[in-house]
Design a protein around this ligand. Sequence first.
Ligand code: 5AD
Ligand code: SF4
Ligand code: FES
Length: 356
Amino acid sequence: MTDIFAKIDSGAELTRQDLVEMLSLPDGGQSQALFDRAYKTKLDYIGPKVFFRGLIEFSNICEKNCYYCGIRRDNKETARYVMTDGEIIRAALWANECKYGSIVLQSGERSDKNFIDGVERLVKDIKKGSKGVLGITLCVGEQTEETYRRWFDAGAHRYLLRIETSNPELYKKLHPADHFFEKRLECLRMLKKIGYQVGTGVMIGLPHQTVDDLAGDILFFRDMDIDMIGMGPYIVHEQTPLAAEFPDFTQAKEAQLNLGLKMIAATRILLKDVNIAATTALQALRDDGRELGLKAGANVIMPNITDVKYRDSYQLYQGKPCLNDSRECCKGCLQRRIESIGETIAFNEWGDPLHF
Ligand code: 5AD
Ligand code: SF4
Ligand code: FES
């Protein structure tokens, strides 16, 4: 094996094979060395800080039927909800008072007029209510260019749309026939063209996914000139078709977590100046998973600020943390967690990635 660490330190261009090598490092000492190296890159480019984005999961109604997701259309065991405008705006303005800098409005995917108008109105109201201070990110799926443009003009400046996997063949295995990889790609291109800061990401450790696929994902982020990356381990949800393809998931949790951390580290090492989230899925696998994400090179955390009464119904995967914890609770908890690893929260900042 060539010494991958020597190659990283030399500053030479890293290849797909180098990424595969990083992602294949055994758990323990060698993985830890990778995390430490990535953390150093993060300190060099960003410093010991974490940006907060308050996450509002405002509805779990979804027109789509992704095989892995707990709120897919065909899951009849989930009670469907939409938060009221009042609840959403209160959550957003709470984040503003807490100086979170920005929020993310996330929901299942809908394309009806009510939804499109509603999101536009919310963006405008939140912008106005925060006197333009609060940054607004949308994460509400595939839409038409016109819709994306309307929301951008209303004041949203970032958009998250995960590609889920950059391998079109694998994409087909994870989605019904009427969900199209090409369409997703086209949406990402439209979002960039309109002027959004664009975030994407993948699930890590999916059935049928190889480390070569994951290396391809990182190169995809680079080639698409992506500003923000949100990716996390795949976690089984029993009420979904994909669960059957990962029967021994309970025994695989630690491996899933480690692979997720290696992806963060390898992405930081290759891309350097992008924003990378330490996603909640990491914490679903281990209590201190998000801190481990930060120590492997991530620099963004999305504290959940959804009203507690809805959290049970927004479970894309099982074992989601903080189901009964109020937004005040999560704020204090995350603050302690972040301080415990010697980092500070960058309050009052939009936290745009240097890359943008
Ligand atoms: N495990 C992990 N992540 C999931 N997502 C959906 N279902 C799961 C799951 N079972 C992720 C997808 C989606 C994001 C909102 O949540 O990547 O884009
Ligand atoms: Fe809907 Fe998104 Fe879940 Fe797919 S991953 S079913 S689009 S909420
Ligand atoms: Fe929600 Fe700890 S992050 S209670």
